[in-house]
Design a protein around this ligand. Structure first.
Ligand code: OXD
Ligand code: MN
Length: 591
């Protein structure tokens, strides 16, 4: 390391300094730069990124402060098969996670890190997940050799000096080390050490693998901490529904990736709901704790949106479209001749010519996608016109309802409320997404994704269910739990529910149920709206489609409950007895 390179450490915390030093000895960067999170720093790092070709400025008249980045084509998504939970025993990681013994993982990755930052800068990125000053927030330090990571972390987290101030001389911070190395899938690993509050990520530059505050800390390590400390770290959006009288009800919702979570979090109610407003607290992650008033309170640990671009339009999500007009980083989208961005499903005519996500010329009608299907925008929460005024509140917001949703062509009705907490946990534990006829030619193949946490739970899944069940006794006023399905199809394979803004109609029943304001009808699988309970006025939907969307077919449910039994069997002996019993009760009822 040259004496005049890098900058002065921004902390005197001995534990932090020692750890940075240790990592620098291993990775051997040319210089170490401590990030303060200032605007001046952001300008400087953006210039460096542009000079290195990591970022390209977009049309600054149309998209002020927006930049473009293209990743290595072998590095465009999260890599679940290369993601490991490194607990002392395999059982602690459970059957749904890849496992490596901590000593083996440290040894293997140390070999890869050895000299990995030669010729590069090591950035020290202090950040906070959760509102500044909140006792529920967590501090992390990410050491990275990617300026792209630093600039994304600045949007997605509270990054810089404030984090170091919150940390003081304490030793309670997540230690994250990231090197892009040579972006070789053979040398790519994302390892989590929950017992050490440590994350080691190597060989990737893609968001979900390298923005360590997000999936790695806020969910995998977070869920482990949550179990030990008595709270919930969940893959959930948080939204507020405001009535014309100003009464706000907060809802958290778990949906598997690619089921429209960001759209739901930013929903604009249809005309029928004049005076109603949906506000966004978060679009991806919720940390929920029991408040002194006995309710469950949620904070969004993030400060921005890392959203999927394709399919985002003024029809599907106007608030997201307005959010990405400035100070946004775009990754792997396509570009127009005048240096604007484009993706499949964006509004307007498809341009005649584009530059595709790999930098190749692209012509309208080409069989290849112009934008990568997982291309992304990273934009600050502050850009969202629907942002809740409590999104940054250290206390969070009180949750009245939890929604579990999947993509199911059959079986699961539009909306159903659980009989009780345990039955609601059962909804979450068995949720899944079904491959549709359009996608695979075969309907009914379900990938179970419990609470949408399959790739994100940092410990054994059965024990995670047990933690959810145990939370009941800690929450004197628990939220009501619902299951929804926007994706039901008729025999012709047509979606029967229009979704998007019209989901407000379901949301309205959910919040009215949570407040005890509306009736429902008991069925064998839970409470559903009685005819007339769902406000469907001024809606372009046939009676037949409504019946299809809300249908509960005992034959389908018998099959479903059998499949749910197999799912529990695959998880082994830690699946709580209470959930197995729940299944038996449902089976008895359905018979
Ligand atoms: C995400 C995901 O990027 O769930 O949020 O994959
Ligand atoms: Mn997600």
């Amino acid at each position: 390391m040259t004496a005049n390179s890098g900058n002065q450490a921004l902390s005197t915390n001995k534990q932090l300094l020692d750890w940075v030093d240790q990592c620098a000895k291993m990775t051997k960067p040319d210089q170490i730069v401590w990030c303060d999170g200032s605007e001046e720093e952001q300008r400087r790092l953006t210039e460096i990124a542009v000079a290195q070709g990591v970022l390209e400025p977009l049309n600054q008249e149309k998209l002020p402060g927006c930049y473009y980045s293209r990743s290595n084509p072998n590095d465009v998504a999260r890599v679940e098969h290369l993601t490991f939970i490194c607990t002392p025993t395999k059982e602690e990681a459970g059957p749904t996670n890849n496992w490596m013994a901590p000593a083996d993982a440290y040894k293997k990755l140390s070999g890869l890190y050895d000299g990995a930052m030669k010729g590069r800068t090591m950035y020290v990125v202090p950040y906070v997940m959760g509102p500044l000053g909140s006792s529920s927030s967590k501090i992390g330090i990410e050491l990275t050799d990617s300026v792209y990571v630093v600039l994304n972390m600045r949007i997605m987290t509270r990054m810089g000096k404030a984090a170091l101030q919150m940390m003081g001389d304490g030793n309670e911070f997540n230690r994250g080390l990231h090197s892009t190395l040579d972006v070789n899938p053979e040398r790519r690993f994302i390892c989590h050490f929950p017992q050490d509050n440590t994350i080691w990520s190597v060989g990737s530059g893609y968001g979900g693998n390298v923005l360590l505050g997000k999936k790695c800390l806020a969910l995998r390590i977070g869920s482990y901490l949550g179990r030990n400390e008595g709270w919930l770290a969940e893959h959930m959006l948080i939204l507020g529904v405001e009535s014309p009288e100003g009464e706000v009800t907060y809802v958290a919702g778990a949906f598997p990736s690619a089921c429209g979570k960001t759209n739901f979090a930013m929903l604009i109610p249809p005309k029928r709901f004049h005076g109603w407003k949906v506000t966004t607290v978060g679009d991806d992650i919720a940390w929920m704790r029991v408040g002194s008033d006995g309710r469950l309170w949620a904070v969004n640990p993030e400060a921005g949106y890392f959203g999927v671009a394709p399919g985002t339009s003024m029809k599907s999500n106007p608030n997201a479209m307005l959010s990405v007009r400035k100070n946004t980083l775009f990754t792997n989208v396509a570009r127009t001749k005048d240096n604007d961005v484009w993706w499949e499903g964006k509004d307007g005519e498809v341009p005649e010519e584009l530059t595709d996500w790999q930098g190749r010329p692209w012509k309208k009608g080409s069989a290849d996608k112009a934008a990568h299907p997982n291309s992304r925008f990273t934009s600050p929460a502050a850009n969202n016109p629907a942002l809740s005024k409590f999104w940054d509140d250290p206390q969070g917001v009180p949750i009245s309802a939890i929604i579990f949703g999947g993509r199911r062509a059959t079986t699961v009705p539009l909306v159903v409320q659980s009989f009780n907490w345990t039955h609601g946990v059962y909804f979450g534990a068995t949720m899944g997404s079904e491959t549709t006829a359009a996608a695979t030619g075969k309907v009914g193949v379900v990938r179970r994704d419990p609470m949408a946490m399959l790739p994100f739970c940092g410990y054994d899944m059965g024990s995670y269910f047990q933690h959810w069940l145990a939370m009941q006794s800690k929450i004197p006023m628990p939220p009501k739990i619902f299951m929804v399905n926007w994706f039901r199809q008729n025999a012709q394979g047509k979606f029967v529910w229009p979704g998007f803004g019209e989901n407000m109609r379901v949301l309205k029943w959910v919040i009215d149920r949570a407040r005890g304001k509306v009736g429902g009808q008991e069925t064998k699988i839970g409470w559903v709206p009685r005819p007339g309970d769902l406000d469907l006025s001024d809606m372009d939907i046939s009676e037949e489609d409504v019946l299809e969307a809300t249908k509960i077919d005992p034959v389908e449910w018998k099959r479903e409950l059998e499949a749910q039994g197999e799912w529990f069997d695959s998880l082994g002996s830690t699946v709580p007895k209470a959930l197995r019993l729940q299944r038996e009760l449902l089976l008895e009822r359905i018979k």
